[in-house]
Design a protein around this ligand. Structure first.
Ligand SMILES: NC(=O)c1ccc[n+]([C@@H]2O[C@H](COP(=O)([O-])OP(=O)(O)OC[C@H]3O[C@@H](n4cnc5c(N)ncnc54)[C@H](O)[C@@H]3O)[C@@H](O)[C@H]2O)c1
Length: 453
């Protein structure tokens, strides 16, 4: 099959490369000429493990190409995917659909024959209806089926997720479209990934409901973590104790600095807005959002509490800037709010992230970016683990302690065992683990005493 993929970001590039890997002929289109030039030079504009190999191999075998020109790729396309961004609209939190509708108009104007248009972008209920209306209005003579096919891949594990999905959701009642989607995903279907055919609006809502539910689990366990700190319980054990119940499951029950990234915050906001448009109040989701928003600044307070609430003149080393490991994406990462809050309190911030620093530089000012974790902690008054990159899980703690002005670790991802860190002379606080939450207050404390806390 001949496929055009509009949008060559985290979803479009991964989907395009994987669909080419299934044996289809894919043209990835993007308006960003810098991105397309880089791809045509063999450079991958995003960090995603395994992506470079799969792109290189499919380009080499002539199944995958990149262009800024949509019209040429439309001429023979059996299917056209829309995988452009749907960020939060400034001001009101609705999904900004301007990129999606612009793509729909471009498709309409460039089409030469009937095709199937597939919405892979995460879009509010009713968006595919509007895409269909736009295309029909501009090209009344061309037969186009518009399908909702939301994507569930996770950045950092995107290739695996695309090729081993828990399910493929296809929202359409058009028989031709069903046949085309079945053919595109045939290799996955043969691997027994279930294809769930639904109505188009249902498919659109499935995506939002899935993300909102996962976000709910995170805010839930974060509130449980707060309670653990007060009552002397350990949130890791609580999470394990409830997660072993099959009805609950262990995933997305890791207490931490709150969720971020390019999807959960904006999708949660957009779902709440959609519900409001239809006079439905989603109180649980409103609370999930509030809990998450307040949490990020609360994490800054957790750091400042060590110094009696006074961070002026302190240097804080941040390990990890991306919203999760194995991606370079810093969109709505907890680190952003945390850095700003620490700076507001007068702290100097040093930071290190294995791949996210270039993206972070575009949104964070007055941060000293460092070469590696040890460069980062040098002369710092506290080190904060913000993203659980593998390389932060086994730091040389003695080396770090000797480099720091004051050996304090704030582990917002609970990657260390409190006793392991403390035995190296650190004051250690983490999230929701009571034994580590004894009030640590180093305000005015000389180094030697601090080291023994
Ligand atoms: N990132 C994820 O993990 C993830 C997972 C599932 C679903 N989604 C959804 O997938 C969609 C895309 O997300 P993303 O993270 O890949 O976005 P992104 O911002 O990384 O990429 C979007 C790309 O679309 C391009 N674009 C915009 N308008 C265009 C047009 N008219 N023609 C050609 N190119 C155009 C942009 O230049 C950009 O390169 C969003 O709706 C998102 O919510 C994302």
């Amino acid at each position: 099959m001949r496929i055009a993929m509009i949008g060559t970001g985290y979803v479009g590039l991964v989907s395009g490369a994987c669909i080419a890997d299934f044996g289809h002929q894919v043209t990835c289109v993007d308006k960003d000429s810098g991105k397309i030039s880089a791809l045509n030079r063999g450079e991958i504009p995003i960090y995603e493990p395994g992506l470079e190999e799969i792109v290189r191999s499919n380009v080499g075998q002539g199944r995958l190409s990149f262009t800024t020109e949509l019209s040429a790729s439309l001429h023979e396309a059996d299917a056209v995917f829309i995988a452009v961004g749907t960020p939060s609209r400034r001001g009101d939190g609705h999904a900004d659909l301007s990129y999606v509708y612009a793509a729909a108009r471009e498709i309409a104007l460039g089409l030469k024959r009937s095709t199937v248009v597939i919405t892979k972008s995460t879009v509010p209920v009713g968006t595919s209806d509007e895409i269909e209306r736009i295309i029909r209005e501009l090209r009344p003579g061309i037969d186009v089926a518009v399908v909702s096919n939301p994507e569930f891949l996770r950045e950092g594990a995107a290739i695996h997720d695309f090729k081993h999905p828990d399910r493929i959701v296809v929202g359409t009642d058009n028989q031709r479209a069903k046949a085309v989607l079945t053919e595109i995903y045939r290799p996955l279907y043969l691997n027994r990934a279930p294809i769930l055919f639904t109505g188009r609006r249902t498919a659109e809502l499935i995506k939002y409901a899935a993300n909102a539910f996962l976000a709910t689990k995170i805010s839930f366990i974060n509130e449980v973590a707060d309670l653990c700190e007060k009552v002397g319980a350990d949130v890791q054990e609580v999470a394990r104790g409830i997660g072993l119940d099959n009805r609950i499951g262990p995933k997305f029950l890791h207490a931490g600095p709150g969720f971020g990234g390019s999807c959960f915050p904006k999708d949660l906001r957009a779902l709440i807005k959609t519900a409001q448009d239809y006079d439905v109040q989603m109180r649980i989701l409103e609370a999930v959002e509030t809990v998450n928003d307040t949490r990020k600044r609360a994490m800054a307070k957790k750091v400042s509490s060590i110094f009696g609430g006074v961070l002026r003149g302190k240097t804080i080393a941040m390990l990890g800037l991306t919203f999760k490991p194995n991606t370079d994406d810093v969109r709505e990462a907890p680190s952003l709010a945390l850095v700003t809050a620490l700076q507001d309190m007068g702290a100097q911030v040093r930071a290190y992230d294995p791949v996210g620093m270039e993206q972070a530089k575009q949104v964070l000012a007055d941060v000293t970016y460092c070469r590696d974790p040890y460069d980062c902690v040098e002369e710092a008054d506290a080190v904060v683990i913000v993203t659980e990159w593998e390389q932060f899980r086994a730091l040389d703690l003695e080396r770090a302690r000797d480099l720091m002005a004051c050996p304090v670790m704030v582990d917002l991802r609970n990657v260390y065992l409190p006793e392991d860190v403390k035995k190296h002379g650190f004051a250690y606080i983490s999230v929701g683990r009571f034994p580590s939450q004894q009030p640590v207050n180093l305000a005015g404390t000389p180094f030697s005493i601090a080291a023994s806390v």
